[in-house]
Design a protein around this ligand. Sequence first.
Ligand SMILES: Nc1ncnc2c1ncn2[C@@H]1O[C@H](COP(=O)(O)OP(=O)(O)OP(=O)(O)O)[C@@H](O)[C@H]1O
Length: 256
Amino acid sequence: MISATGLRFAYGTTEIIRDISLAARPGRVLGLIGPNGSGKTTLLRLLHGGLTPAAGEVLIDDTRLDGIDRRTISRRIAVVVQEAGGEMTMTAAEMVLLGRTARLSGFQRTGEGDIAAARAALQRVGALDLAKRDFAGLSGGEKQRVLIARSLAQDADHLLLDEPTNHLDIRYQHEVLGLLRGLATTTVVVLHDLNLAARYCDDVVLLCRGEVAGAGTVDAVLEPDLLTRVYGIGVRRVDDADGLHLFFTPLRQEVA
Ligand SMILES: Nc1ncnc2c1ncn2[C@@H]1O[C@H](COP(=O)(O)OP(=O)(O)OP(=O)(O)O)[C@@H](O)[C@H]1O
């Protein structure tokens, strides 16, 4: 479980996160949604210790995050962030193996079991055929799947992902999010696509200018009036046997 209470964070004098509290539970997917610049990435970084809050606290299974050493954090929390991996010279399989390294202690080296786990993770994201390819030479979507495989190989009990569907084609968007949905981990995912959030998240936190504009189940938060207020776009919602679906229409602009 990941819980945060009264989080505040500022870049310089500009407060970006204003008194945010949330709870993410094992076996559930919590979506962080909200307009550009509303603070989703900043909040995600606060949740894995990439940034330190000015106030408030983050608990990982009842232990304060700032009291857990870096090594334990990197074993227990797997993170998939935007543009990770850079131009490092390694194969896709080696990139995924890095997820296993986080689990090893001291002078332990990766062994047969780690290689098998890395292969299994690549297979789960449909990327086993990329194993021997140079990571830097992969397409954006291929890299993204390899990085998700790395986080799965880590076998952490907490999984945080920043826009994991970025660069993925429509099939892999659904496959990857469907895969996340089936995990026993505590999963927190930043998503822009509200229909994907509707389908694959259990709960969502809707951010607006660094504050929580709505939090709860997908059904409760993805309400047209609230979404129109936060995003400034017309929203129509249709609920059917397949779940809830949102349709968007630009609001008419008043021209001065
Ligand atoms: N390193 C930084 N220094 C100064 N301001 C920053 C920095 N990183 C982010 N910000 C600002 O903090 C605010 C929140 O950014 P953040 O990336 O958390 O938003 P977001 O909701 O993830 O946005 P997006 O949907 O566009 O990815 C934005 O106004 C952004 O310009």
